[in-house]
Design a protein around this ligand. Structure first.
Ligand code: NAD
Length: 265
């Protein structure tokens, strides 16, 4: 069967893919289904098992381990991906929030250490600077690129208790998105951010599940729903969209009433 996907033949580098029930993995699958060649990167060696899963589905995939907070490791991973596929057309900066196998750290601001702060900024914001800075030169040379940064509604739009550093970093992702979008606009490169709300991944907590039930749509999103949005922004169908935050939250941040839906509508 002849394929003609949205991103046919494009090389897509996706960071933060170490488990199958995640935004990164689902995004990789959607890009694969739409015809892309995949390079996936994570600090966790589980990235290689994810690549095996994606290969079983028929996709061309390379996998690379890298601590994306470290520029030298980022440069090595990107160089390895370019050796495998020749170039990078689309970058999805998805890594962040938590390192696979570790617990997410929630800290009240009055007790937050400088180390906690630096770590939160490093995994959520510096990772995206490091990868974007490494990839963008090649995109400028070729006059083509799509960059999609995974932000959140948490930070740019709303906030949660004990998540000040995550909020700051994810709001920083949006600021960086806008700034870079202007710097590269005349080079055929678009840069956008997505702002997921409650997403049903392997790391969803009971509290998050309850929050999702009280959204206007009454449920969390699937990771695939986020992947489809990322793939759209990474495709030529989104060629005139740049510097934007696209929120995908089931209407959660536009509703004034936050209580149980059965008491109101
Ligand atoms: N799950 C949600 O509800 C939700 C909502 C809004 C935004 N997000 C964002 O979506 C993205 C993916 O989240 P997910 O829920 O799929 O979780 P996830 O834990 O599956 O994905 C994050 C991945 O990033 C990797 N990572 C973290 N630090 C890294 C580093 N220094 N170097 C390399 N890899 C590193 C982790 O190992 C992990 O595999 C994150 O940026 C998160 O902030 C998630």
């Amino acid at each position: 069967m002849e394929r003609n996907g949205r991103v046919e033949g494009k090389v897509v580098l996706i960071t933060g893919v170490a488990k199958t029930n995640s935004i990164g993995f689902s995004t990789a699958r959607v890009f694969g289904e739409e015809g892309a060649l995949l390079a996936i990167v994570d600090i966790s060696p589980k990235v290689h098992a994810c690549a095996d899963e994606l290969r079983k589905e028929g996709f061309t995939v390379s996998s690379h381990t890298s601590d994306l907070t470290k520029m030298d490791e980022v440069q090595a991973a990107v160089a390895a991906a370019v050796t495998c596929h020749g170039r990078i057309d689309v970058l999805v900066n998805n890594a962040g929030m938590v390192i696979e196998g570790m617990e997410e750290d929630f800290t009240d601001f009055a007790h937050m250490s400088e180390k906690d702060w630096d770590f939160g900024i490093a995994i959520n914001l510096k990772t995206q600077f490091n990868v974007t800075r490494t990839v963008i030169g090649g995109m400028i040379e070729r006059g083509y690129g799509r960059i999609v940064n995974v932000s959140s509604v948490t930070g740019p739009v709303v906030a949660n208790p004990e998540e000040a550093v995550y909020c700051a970093a994810k709001a920083g992702v949006l600021g960086m998105t806008r700034g870079v979008a202007l710097d590269v606009a005349r080079h055929g490169i678009t840069v956008n951010a997505v702002g997921p709300g409650w997403i049903n991944t392997g790391s969803t907590t009971e509290g998050e599940r309850a929050g999702a039930e009280n959204t206007p749509l009454g449920r969390a999103a699937t990771p695939a729903e986020v992947g489809k949005l990322i793939c759209f922004l990474g495709s030529d169908d989104a060629s005139y969209i740049t510097g934007q935050l696209v929120v995908i939250d089931g209407g959660n941040t536009i509703q004034e009433y936050k209580g149980p839906s059965e008491l109101y509508y």
